[in-house]
Every structure is written in C-alpha cells, then in structure tokens.
Design a protein around this ligand. Structure first.
Ligand code: DGY
Length: 326
C-alpha cells in the first residue's frame, strides 16, 4: 500500500466508524463528506474528482453516468453494504472499475434485526410500548394485547443466503418450522432440515411469518404484491429486511388495514427515507430505520473488510469480497 505523499486519493461519501476512518486516513489522501448528508449524483461527481477510491453506502446511487464522470482516475468503488443494487456493476466493469462490498460480516446482525421485527410484529410491541408511555395502562388483563407466539409457526424465508440461514438458525431456536425459497435448493448441510419450495407461490402458501431476505434486484421489484399477499394464510405476518421496493406498499397497507395480515415488521422501505406516510398511522406495523447491520462491531467489521480488500487489490491479489461481472 503506498504511504506518505504517494497515498492514493479517496473520497468518503458518508461518515464511517471512527476506527475505520482513522485507518482510511493512514492509507489514503482522504476527503470526507464531513456533515454526513446524503449526496446527489452531481455532488458525488464534483466532490470525488481525482479520487482513485470512492467509498459509498446504499444511500449513494452510483449509476453509469457517475462512473463515466469519474472514470479518468477512479479504480475502485467500495460500498459499506452487502447489497449492491445501488451500483451499476455492468458499467463499472466496462469502465475497468472494480467494486467491493461487505458480505458475511453483517449476517448475524441482520438476522437479529429480523428476529426483532418478527417478535415485535407478532407480540404487538408498538402498541404495548405506546400503552405504557401514554399513561393509559390501567393494569394487567387476561385479554390485553393478545399477540401471536412464534413457537410451532412456519417461518417462510424468501432468500436463504448467508443472512437467511442465520435467520433460520434463530427462528429454529424459537421453535419455528423453517421453509424457504431460493432459485436453487441448498445442499443438506446448509438446509439444516428446512423445507424447500421451488416456487415463491409455494412458500407464500405456508408463510405464517414471511421473512424477506432476498437481495435487492430490479427483477424482484414489487414481487410481494396483492396477488402474492393473497396466497399467504389469513392473519399471517410479513417481515422485510431486504430492500423496500420488493414489496408493493399499496398491497401491504391494504392487507394491514383490512387485517388480512395480522402485522408487519419493516426495516426497509421504498424511497427511503421518504416512506409511504400511511405506515405511520398503522398500529399493526413495527417500523425501524434500516438498521440491519447497525452495531458498532459490525460496522467496524464491514469497514475493515473494505480496507483489507483494497489493500489486497493494491498488492495485486484478488479479495473474496470483490464483485465479479454477472
Ligand atoms: C446492506 O448492507 O445492504 C444494508 O442494507 C445496508 O445498506
């Protein structure tokens, strides 16, 4: 890794954890978006001129125009996310720009958030919290805030990748029966006894609790629409930790309003942070602001995965977190 005056120039679009930023400053001539605001494409292009490395997150849409505008000097885009639907990978590869992401190190943290959403949706945590805070709680009652237990219910995991498998392990420990849908069936050691459904429709029919953990992709946009929700058992629960645009908001909101679905737990939304305002008025949805990987140790590990990957690329070797052309 070049040191001193020969350090490569890099631009950091969002603030990373202090330890990771310190390590980046040792390696790069680092310019930083100090106030951590979400930058427009034009702002990114202006700020990152001359950079060899562009550090981004899922809030930065790195399309072909951005890449072309920076291609003179830009060699690497490093995203602090496992998801990479915000980056035009085909354009990057065409321009000879390599893209790194952060798989594996966030799987446990994301699976914990899936469990948080499942429990909070099933056990009516938003209503429970509000009741206590409001001063309107008049004491224990046999029929107060009756929810749904997880034990004995079917967890239907759409997207049984690394995160999906961590969710399965935790849901199993809660006594749930695990079902999943992937394009391809997993080998038995990864399946861990889970029931495979070759079609999404097959999975939806048994989904007492649907957990969306499939990677974001244009072809999956709106896949959980009114027809899909109609296949789910009455009074079932939907949890989304993937990308908001996999779910059709109109369909989900209608199903929550009519109580066709018992509840939902959402960590991701279409058009973040300008979410569909109707969610705010619903009692039977538990909302969290895209915090799947938000623990200090996980964000540190994600940052270090990018640092180590870039060090490897500068040494001429290929790191495991390099995204290959499809
Ligand atoms: C990811 O890593 O893809 C998370 O959703 C944060 O962007």
């Amino acid at each position: 890794m070049p040191q001193g005056a020969h350090r490569p120039q890099a631009y950091l679009c969002r603030r990373f954890t202090p330890g990771v930023e310190a390590a980046l400053r040792e390696r790069y001539g680092l310019r930083v978006n100090e106030d951590d605001s979400i930058l427009s494409r034009d702002q990114i292009v202006r700020a990152a001129q001359g950079a060899q490395v562009l550090f981004v997150t899922a809030t930065e849409p790195i399309n072909a125009d951005v890449l072309r505008s920076l291609a003179g000097t830009l060699r690497y885009v490093a995203t602090l996310s496992v998801g990479h639907d915000h980056i035009d990978l085909a354009a990057a590869h065409e321009l000879g720009i390599q893209v790194l992401h952060t798989p594996d190190v966030l799987s446990v943290a994301c699976s914990e958030i899936a469990m948080m959403l499942m429990l909070n949706a099933c056990r009516r945590a938003y209503e429970a919290d509000r009741l206590v805070r409001s001063g309107q709680w008049h004491g224990w009652s046999p029929t107060q805030l009756l929810g749904k237990g997880l034990a004995g219910r079917r967890a239907a995991i759409f997207g049984m990748g690394r995160i999906g498998r961590e969710i399965a392990a935790r849901a199993r420990a809660f006594g749930m029966e695990i079902h999943y849908h992937n394009r391809r069936r997993l080998p038995p050691d990864q399946e861990g006894g889970a029931v495979y459904h070759a079609s999404l429709a097959g999975l939806l029919r048994v989904a007492d609790v649907l957990v969306i953990a499939a990677p974001g992709a244009p072809q999956l946009k709106g896949v959980i629409n009114a027809d899909a929700i109609a296949l789910m058992p009455p009074q079932s629960v939907l949890v989304n930790i993937s990308r908001g645009d996999l779910v059709d908001d109109d369909a989900l909101i209608a199903a929550l309003e009519s109580r066709r679905l018992f509840a939902a737990g959402l960590d991701v939304f279409a058009n973040e942070p300008r979410i569909d305002a109707r969610y705010r008025g619903l009692d039977n949805v538990f909302l969290s602001p895209h915090i799947g990987s938000a623990t200090l140790e996980t964000r540190d590990a994600m940052g270090w995965l990018l640092i180590d990957g870039l060090d490897a690329l500068y040494r001429g070797s290929k790191p495991g977190n390099l995204l290959e052309p499809r």
